[in-house]
Ligand binder design. Structure first.
Ligand code: PLP
Length: 377
């Protein structure tokens, strides 16, 4: 059996053709494809605006900045995420706080969020881990009560639904961010996006993406025909047109990608319900778009045994995530993984099984068969 990994991109001839077309066009950056991809993303999600950027991390950095996160202000997020969710807060001199997770849905426990709120809190940043939306109604209630912003880190969950609302529709938040890294549902190689409904916030994100330079609504009086001015300290976080051309082509296949991912999840569900493997909770009012398929084993020893057994058989699983608080950099800042013990226990027992569009039925059967064998070994 060829190597099977936990996730991978799917690129077809149409994707390649579209990138070549963009490469042959007049502008390979700041051209026509980025606005087209932004329009397609806002149509897909129902958001009024989309801002494409160079990565999901850049999207987080820009939106926290645009919402005015300043030195010593705080965000509240989950420790069960990729470090970028909280790193972007550190970039701005802010302090991330971590609310522990639920052991059944693997998501931030909304009951722990309110305990972390204080006078410095500015943003709640829930992460729809593995593709399952968080309890957004409860999170919005907390945010409204304490006058906080909500930024959904939806890097795992493009195409998911919560109470009938598609992720990105902004029903429960001020902004939603996506990543288009190759392991995600759709890819632009590297890339990300911010979805917004607020026009002023949108304009700020557009400026921050490109050095903080604006070409209208000037502070000073224009002194030349090509006048532009820098109004804030921004970055070069632009997406190229080659990436946007790929994104546009990939977006057309997104629903097909999600359908296959959900089929794979159903097959895992059916197999594991009779085995001692814990799966992520399913909710009647949410649709999981299945970026990952995380499972929990009884303990770390069994998890490790399965990991190594699969690896010997050319199946490369992953662990998502080591809690952010357990990274040495965060420990040096005074964080401890023991602050969020459930996330730590989760980390010790979790394995992300292969989950991607092109995983064939034969490969899936091979994976399931080897998990069963590993457990018996
Ligand atoms: C939950 C989460 N947030 C943020 C990011 C950062 O995205 P990117 O890799 O595009 O910078 C990722 C990517 O792995 C992620 O999984």
């Amino acid at each position: 059996m060829d190597k099977i990994s936990y996730g991978r991109q799917y690129i077809d001839d149409e994707d390649i053709e579209q990138v070549v077309k963009a490469l042959k066009s007049e502008s390979i950056t700041q051209g026509e494809y980025v606005p087209l991809f932004e329009k397609a993303l806002s149509e897909y999600t129902g958001a009024s605006y989309a801002v494409c950027v160079s990565s999901g991390t850049a999207a987080l950095h820009i939106i926290y900045s645009a919402l005015g996160l300043e030195k010593n202000q705080e965000i509240i997020t989950t420790p069960n995420t990729f470090a970028a969710t909280s790193n972007a807060c550190l970039y701005l001199g802010g302090n991330p706080r971590f609310a522990d997770i639920n052991m059944d849905d693997f998501l931030i426990d909304e009951n722990n969020i309110e305990k972390q709120v204080n006078e410095n809190t500015k943003i709640i940043a829930p992460v729809h881990y593995a593709g399952l939306p968080c309890s957004m109604q409860e999170i919005k209630n907390i945010a409204d009560k304490h006058n906080l912003y909500v930024v959904e880190d939806a890097c795992h969950s493009i195409g998911s639904f919560y109470k009938g609302h598609k992720t990105g529709s902004l029903k429960y938040s001020n902004a939603v961010i996506f990543s288009f890294h190759p392991v995600k549902h759709i890819t632009t190689a590297e890339g990300g996006a911010i979805l917004l409904n607020d026009e002023a916030l949108y304009k700020k994100c557009i400026a921050l993406r490109s050095h903080g330079i604006v070409r209208d609504n000037f502070i000073n009086t224009p002194i030349s025909p090509t006048y532009h001015e820098m109004q804030m300290l921004g970055y070069n976080y632009r997406m190229t047109d080659l990436q946007a051309a790929l994104g546009l082509s990939q977006l057309k296949k997104l629903d097909m990608f999600i359908k296959r991912r959900q089929e794979i999840a159903s097959l895992y569900n059916d197999t594991f319900k009779d085995i001692n493997i814990i799966q992520q909770k399913r909710y009647d009012d949410r649709i999981n778009s299945q970026h990952l398929f995380p499972v929990l084993f009884e303990n770390k020893d069994i998890r490790d045994k399965v990991y190594y057994y699969l690896k010997e058989n050319n199946i490369f699983t992953q662990i998502h995530y080591m809690p952010v608080t357990a990274h040495p950099y965060y420990e040096k800042l005074g964080y401890s993984s023991m602050d969020t013990p459930k996330a730590y226990e989760f980390y010790e027992r979790e394995l992300s099984l292969p989950m991607y569009y092109s995983l064939s039925d034969i490969e899936l059967e091979y994976v399931i068969d080897n998990i069963k064998k590993a457990l018996k070994s």
